[in-house]
Ligand binder design. Structure first.
Ligand SMILES: *[C@@H]1O[C@H](CO)[C@@H](O)[C@H](O)[C@H]1NC(C)=O
Ligand SMILES: *[C@@H]1O[C@H](CO)[C@@H](O)[C@H](O)[C@H]1NC(C)=O
Ligand SMILES: *[C@@H]1O[C@H](CO)[C@@H](O)[C@H](O)[C@H]1NC(C)=O
Ligand SMILES: *[C@@H]1O[C@H](CO)[C@@H](O)[C@H](O)[C@H]1NC(C)=O
Length: 471
């Protein structure tokens, strides 16, 4: 998820965020005619406060609620959505596991449009909780994974990145500390030991992890921090993908993390980055091509596989297409991504896509979302690899109740191998009298157990999903 939608909310009591992003930024907005214009977001800088700090940036794909520019609704139908949930209940027989597999026992692999684990089909109800490795006490890790297990979550997606340019003045988990153009790895109690705890408690509850290795956005450090620290030209976000010192630094970090957990069957897959696009806080070089971003993805996937050939690799992208017959920003290559070309890459094991019609200015949101899900189901079947609906939500609780069930139903009936709402809200993790990370935030998208109606839906749909491939 990108930190727009009033999300990527970070609650740190009573501390100040050290990785504050600049609060004045130019936002490029494009309308349905392809005209681009720029607006400026300004927000009061977050300074010392005893309150939870909400960070918001704007989605450069479309106008955002945090900008002063109203979203431009496309007049072009995004896709002819055949949303009728044709129940093509594909019961993959256990004998379909290829005998040629060299993946050791316990590792999930892709086989056609499905995942398999030790020869059995594997699919999952999942969840996002980027903040888990920010938890401080072991009891909090235990409680979080117990909560996830209680609603049938089999795969959790979380951030395996966090980098800073100065030691935080509070107990924030970070793995990379930059000093000039070099960084050091924080192996300590507020560093990789907390990622170790994440793996330890996931394993205790039989939950697997999608570990995301970098961020498109600036939360917890991002691609533009790699670029600026290594001395690259920060005019364009896309320079991150072409500047060799930034790439080398990122690969050094990849090597550290992937090597550390390469033998762990608790890792479901490595994910190259959260929501890569050609433009981020900074615009894209006008000469930067979709093909260059596809090549960068191909090269990073190959690098991960060169270290660890047993785990799957995915991109972590929003699933944007690069079609010439469609002018909707999610389909026309605007973000610099080509879902189909990327899914065809030999070292990409499965496809990922995210779904935030409101943040992207797509209406009507539910119907548009069904069309986007169906498009990815079609891609899954055409290309023959599994696809996961990896992030999705609506802004308000009422919208969540009205919309999420139909999206999840189509994901299940259409044969997607996993769906993962954004994201878990943590309750009851506070430690009285202790100034530690409390988990979660005040994001309206946070899914709490006390939001009992949506919680019941997730639990019921999770049971339906998991029944399709019993472990
Ligand atoms: C970064 O590390 C390299 C190799 O160890 C070293 O030569 C260089 O001086 C370092 N740069 C900074 C800014 O510390
Ligand atoms: C893009 O390419 C054109 C043609 O080669 C060149 O004139 C222009 O300077 C380039 N723009 C940037 C931003 O590099
Ligand atoms: C994306 O679309 C452009 C324009 O149609 C096309 O040239 C290109 O091959 C497409 N895909 C990639 C990966 O570049
Ligand atoms: C648009 O192009 C894509 C990619 O070639 C294709 O899959 C899709 O069916 C096309 N849609 C229409 C309405 O022609």
């Amino acid at each position: 998820m990108l930190p727009t939608k009033l999300f990527a909310v970070v609650a740190l009591l009573p501390f100040v965020l050290a990785w504050q992003r600049p609060y004045r930024r130019d936002i490029v907005v494009r309308d349905s005619c392809g005209n681009e214009y720029t607006t400026t977001e300004t927000a009061a800088p977050t300074t010392t406060t005893a309150q939870p700090t909400t960070q918001s940036t704007s989605n450069p794909l479309t106008a955002q609620s945090t900008t002063t520019v109203a979203p431009v609704s496309s007049t072009v139908a995004p896709i002819s959505s055949t949303t009728a949930a044709t129940s093509t209940t594909k019961t993959t027989t256990t004998s379909s596991a290829p005998a040629t597999s060299t993946v050791p026992a316990g590792f999930v692999k892709a086989s056609g449009t499905k995942f398999t684990l030790d020869g059995e089909q594997y699919c999952f109800a999942g969840m996002n909780a980027y903040w888990v490795p920010q938890l401080v006490l072991e009891s909090q890790y235990d409680a979080t994974f117990a909560l996830l297990a209680s609603i049938g979550v089999r795969v959790l997606r979380t951030w395996a990145f966090s980098m800073v340019t100065a030691v935080p003045s509070y107990d924030m988990t970070y793995y990379q500390l930059w000093s000039g153009s070099n960084f050091t790895i924080n192996e300590g109690a507020n560093g990789l030991e907390r990622l170790d705890l994440t793996v330890k408690y996931a394993e205790k509850y039989g939950i697997k992890l999608i570990m995301t290795l970098a961020n498109q956005w600036s939360d917890f450090g991002g691609m533009e921090m790699y670029l600026s620290q290594t001395g690259g030209d920060t005019t364009y976000h896309s320079n991150f993908y072409t500047y060799q010192p930034a790439i080398t630094a990122f690969e050094s970090y990849i090597n550290t993390i992937v090597t550390r957990y390469k033998s762990s069957t608790t890792v479901f897959a490595w994910e190259i980055a959260n929501e890569p696009r050609k433009s981020g806080d900074k615009p894209a070089d006008p000469n930067f091509t979709v093909a260059q971003l596809t090549q960068w993805i191909s090269d990073r996937a190959a690098y991960i596989k060169s270290i660890d050939s047993n785990h799957m690799v995915a991109i972590g992208d929003e699933g944007f297409y690069n079609w010439s017959n469609n002018t909707n920003v999610a389909y026309d290559g605007y973000a610099g991504m080509d879902f189909e070309a990327n899914l065809k890459l030999s070292n990409i094991d499965f496809g990922t896509f995210h779904l935030y019609p409101e943040a992207w200015g797509e209406t009507p949101a539910e119907e548009w979302g069904l069309g986007y899900i169906q498009a990815h189901i079609n891609s899954m079947n055409e290309i023959g690899k599994p696809v996961v609906l990896e992030e999705f939500n609506m802004n308000t609780y009422a919208e969540q109740l009205a919309t999420l069930p139909s999206w999840i139903d189509l994901a299940i009936s259409g044969g997607l191998s996993g769906w993962m709402p954004w994201g878990l809200g943590a309750e009851d993790l506070s430690v009285t009298g202790s100034s530690v990370w409390q988990g979660g935030g005040s994001d309206s998208m946070d899914l709490y157990a006390s939001k009992s109606d949506i919680w019941s839906i997730l639990k019921a749909d999770g049971a339906i999903m998991n029944t399709k491939c019993p472990l």
